[in-house]
Design a binder for this molecule. Structure first.
Ligand code: FES
Length: 168
């Protein structure tokens, strides 16, 4: 995660998300095309860009909600929820997709009841796409909390998640 140069030297505790947003707007005031740096600053400080800050950005930047949502949803880096306890990354690159990755993705979406860039209902997992883990010859591959796993079937994925839950 990027850290804003301003973030380290400020005590942001006690600020509401809306106040953090106002501060970010002030720090980037007068810069051309400042929406992206403002969004980065907000996410650096809040771990996500919550919906509640969008009206502040609309008012401060004289942009429409649609414009702001468009930028947030275009860049996969931006999140509207903080990361869950565990992160499951599923390889979406070609070799994995051709060898069971599509079924695996559909299974993970069903099991966690969320889509990519979202958290499971129980707040345990964030589901993310990843593009090649270097395990193409042993596809499909996933990464669970930074640990790669190869030749993952839906059954193997269930077992991995159960084992992760048992350790939590
Ligand atoms: S394509 Fe999935 S690991 Fe390389």
């Amino acid at each position: 995660m990027q850290t804003s140069p301003h973030a380290q030297d400020q005590d942001l505790s006690g600020l509401t998300p809306e106040e953090v947003t106002l501060q970010a707007v002030q720090e980037h005031a007068g810069q051309k095309g400042n929406l992206l740096p403002i969004l980065h600053t907000i996410q650096d400080r809040l771990a996500c860009i919550p919906e509640s800050v969008v009206p502040v950005l609309v008012e401060q930047l004289a942009l429409s909600r649609a414009e702001i949502h468009g930028v947030i949803s275009f860049y996969a880096h931006f999140r509207t929820q903080p990361h869950a306890t565990h992160t499951l990354e599923i390889c979406r690159a070609e070799a994995c997709q051709a060898r069971g990755g599509l079924e695996l993705t559909a299974h993970a979406r069903r099991r966690l009841n969320c889509d990519f860039h979202e958290n499971s209902d129980d707040g345990q997992y964030t589901l993310e796409p990843v593009y090649c883990l270097g395990l193409c010859a042993q596809s499909p591959a996933v990464m669970l909390d930074g640990v790669p796993h190869a030749r993952v079937t839906p059954e193997k994925l269930d077992a991995l998640l159960r084992s992760q839950e048992a350790q939590s």
